[in-house]
Design a protein around this ligand. Structure first.
Ligand code: ATP
Length: 201
């Protein structure tokens, strides 16, 4: 059965930190493919600078083009909003019954998993891959006590390549007229420039 890692985010815009990590997870053999799930609206994040989802998807497709193991997905665009991960996983399993879906999340998200909509059901049904957000972090993920009996399969990614990039920083650099291309796939940098994204000009 093909194993698909689901890596969700706003990807506003997608940067080399995202693609490097996703490609590494495939190289480690933890899953066969990673689908970068472009989120139309994150229930935990209110962001006024959130770019149109079609544009974020277009950039994500450019960024994953060099990797045969990575795909940028618009699957959540057709689902009811807000796009809760529980609903997304359920819909994915229905749409692709021959695939096994794994959820990839940062340890920051894992640590607040009790705030996730139906978090306990997610971990009962879905293998979870947790990765550290800081390169010096080597701690195994702490399992929230209330969930400890129901976890199905939990893997911790040790020493992944973590690039210290963030979409917020990229948006802010561009808005100030500075260059952020070192953090972006060259085609994404060109797309942003040609479409005057994240800048007032
Ligand atoms: P923002 O700065 O707008 O909050 P972001 O750079 O954190 O964005 P998201 O689109 O929120 O990007 O990220 C999607 C997923 O990628 C999240 O789970 C986030 O934890 C993770 N992520 C963000 N930056 C990195 C990075 N540099 N390396 C690895 N993972 C990252």
């Amino acid at each position: 059965m093909k194993r698909i890692g689901i890596f969700g985010g706003s990807f506003n815009p997608i940067h080399l930190g995202h693609t490097t990590l996703a490609a590494y997870i495939c190289e480690q053999g933890m899953v066969d493919e990673v689908w970068l799930m472009v989120s139309p609206q994150n229930p935990l994040k209110q962001d006024r600078t959130l770019l149109d989802e079609r544009e974020r998807l277009a950039m994500s497709r450019l960024a994953v083009a060099p990797y045969h193991t990575l795909k940028a997905s618009d699957f959540e665009f057709t689902l009811p909003r807000p796009s809760y991960t529980y609903h997304t996983l359920k819909a994915l399993r229905k749409a692709y019954p021959d695939y096994e879906f794994h959820l990839i999340i940062g340890e920051d998200n894992w640590n607040c998993f009790d705030r996730w909509y139906r978090g306990e059901d997610i971990i009962r049904e879905t293998p979870i891959i947790v990765y550290p957000r800081k390169s010096e972090s080597t701690e195994e993920p702490v399992l929230n006590e209330q969930f400890s009996t129901s976890v199905f399969q939990l893997s911790f990614l040790e020493h992944p390549p973590l690039l210290p990039y963030s979409s917020t920083e990229i948006r802010s650099l561009i808005a100030q007229g500075n260059d952020a291309s070192h953090m972006l796939h060259p085609n994404v940098a060109r797309y942003i420039e040609e479409n005057h994204l994240y800048s007032d000009k």
